[in-house]
Design a protein around this ligand. Structure first.
Ligand code: ADP
Ligand code: GLC
Length: 485
């Protein structure tokens, strides 16, 4: 028997975390990874802002750290648990206690976002140095996205011995601040140069993390490669190339206890690979819920932020032909006002075949994955993507752009994919409305061939989309890093 490894402690730093607050897949990852890491000897505490209502949802709360002046006001770290997750909520009313969304108010981005998340990162570095009052001290810091990007930099500037890992969930958001904010953000002026904090004359929190973390990860192997190209690197491709030895791509998993068609309490009829026929009741319920008529072809779903990244404009272009071929579409999403308008217009034009719900609705998203035949993800870039993974798990075949994590998780029903009995969905390229239209036509043809369709559905549902494998990669990386110190 191999000797048991000592339990190791990771401080995971992020701006959102399920089940407390979520605007996208980042929150799912931050909330789910700790459970999987625990099995591998890594115990996590998640440091995040105590936005309004967050601390109330924690159990057994104690104050484990405080500072009378955190970037302009008093702050405390409250330690508590939620559903088995240990959370360190940073309470600082001058930074986090405000109306609106966590990043934006009525007028757009909160003007002091740089300070709000610099403070989070600052506290992360302090906790690495000082530990908490209940005697916990991190072995390693894991920073997620730009909001935690300054944490590895603060560690480096303090000559800390705590190793750090920076994970990129989306390179499009970089936390840019004007150069005159250096002092306010407690950043050393001599670090304002091209090889450290400076990005085209401004400060970039994400770049700071990429330069100063010991290791960098991103959420799929393909995105790790793509980030070295100008089309995907958003100006940081040079930094990525320079640090490519320190970079790895680890694909996200999903929480298979939450996303499980056999036990999902949010869906009308449970099913598994042995009773695929039961999925039909969910389809009928979904058509009815959206007021759509009978659909001879596949019922496609989309659950997405409505932004340029997600390629929803291409979908709007491709839908009329899909409808002509017999398909229907239901979409749930919110975001860009122009896209919302175009989608509403589409639904008005095809009242029997297109249903659109603008808003954010978790239970409805479950009913959609259970009732849809296919989920469409036509993203221009996608670091990982989670909805195609839900699609696999629910036998709702993913139709995806062949990019980033979408490419890594869906096997195309090409001639080779079908002959090798490997296909789990449809992947298309290049990324334009024509290719998406062709992919939807292939979907219609596949749907019209029930034996092949059911075979692919079963294979998709058995794909390994949980966290186990990926958590092992993180644990290995963490172990290596600690051993190298
Ligand atoms: P991103 O983080 O870029 O938005 P992901 O696919 O990684 O993309 O994660 C998006 C997450 O948010 C998924 O869990 C998805 O189901 C969820 N989601 C997105 N839009 C909505 C919505 N309107 N209602 C409910 N859930 C949504
Ligand atoms: C980002 C990416 C998405 C990824 C998620 C979680 O929001 O856009 O592709 O799945 O982070 O890593």
């Amino acid at each position: 028997m191999s000797p048991r490894k000592p339990r190791r402690a990771v401080l995971s730093v992020a701006s959102e975390c399920v089940p407390l607050i979520k605007t996208g897949g980042l929150a799912d990852v931050v909330g789910a990874l700790p459970k999987a890491l625990k099995e591998l000897g890594w115990q996590t505490r998640v440091l995040m802002p105590a936005y309004p209502g967050v601390a109330d949802r924690l159990r057994a709360v104690t104050e484990v750290w405080s500072d009378p002046d955190l970037f302009g006001g008093p702050a405390a770290v409250l330690s508590g648990t939620v559903g088995g997750l240990r959370v360190l909520a940073l309470s600082a009313s001058h930074l986090y206690d405000r109306a609106g969304g966590i990043y934006q108010g009525q007028e757009g981005d909160h003007p002091d976002n740089d300070l709000r998340f610099a403070a989070l990162s600052w506290v992360a570095a302090r906790l690495c140095a000082e530990g908490t009052r209940d005697g916990w001290k991190p072995t390693l810091l894991h920073a997620h996205d730009w909001q935690a990007g300054l944490a590895p930099a603060y560690l480096r500037f303090a000559e800390s011995s705590t190793p750090s890992v920076m994970t990129i969930h989306n390179m499009a958001f970089q936390g840019i601040a004007p150069a005159d904010r250096l002092e306010a953000l407690r950043l050393p002026r001599q670090e304002f140069h091209h090889s450290s904090l400076e990005y085209y004359g401004q400060i970039s929190a994400l770049k700071a993390g990429l330069v100063h973390a010991d290791r960098i990860t991103t959420v799929s192997p393909s995105y790790a490669e793509e980030l070295m190209r100008p089309e995907f690197g958003f100006g940081l491709e040079g930094v990525i190339i320079e640090r490519s030895q320190a970079l790895s791509g680890i694909v996200n998993g999903i929480d298979t206890s939450v996303w499980n068609p056999a036990e999902d309490a949010a869906i009308p009829q449970n099913y598994d690979t042995a009773q695929l026929g039961n999925k039909q009741a969910n389809r009928e319920a979904l058509l009815e819920e959206f007021g759509l008529g009978p659909t001879p072809g596949p019922l496609a779903i989309v659950v997405s932020r409505l932004s340029h990244q997600k390629g929803i404009d291409l979908l709007v272009e491709a839908v009329p032909e899909f409808i002509q071929l017999g398909g229907s579409l239901v979409l749930l999403g919110a975001g860009d006002a122009d896209l919302e308008h175009r989608l509403r217009t589409l639904a008005d034009h095809y009242p029997d075949r297109v249903g659109v719900r603008i808003g954010y609705d978790e239970p409805l998203s479950h009913r959609m994955f259970a009732g849809g035949d296919a989920v469409i993800v036509p993203s221009r870039f996608e670091p990982c993507g989670l909805t195609q993974l839900y699609g696999l798990r629910y036998g709702t075949l993913p139709v995806v752009a062949a990019t980033g994590g979408l490419r890594d998780t869906v096997i195309d029903a090409s001639v080779a994919g079908l002959a090798g009995q490997a296909a789990t969905g449809i992947a298309f390229s290049p990324l334009d409305a024509l290719a998406l239209g062709r992919a939807l036509a292939r979907l219609v043809a596949l749907y019209a061939d029930p034996p092949t369709w059911c075979q692919i559905q079963r294979r998709a549902m058995m794909a390994n989309v949980g966290w186990t494998l990926s958590a092992e990669h993180y644990a290995e990386l963490f172990d290596e890093l600690v051993a190298s110190r």
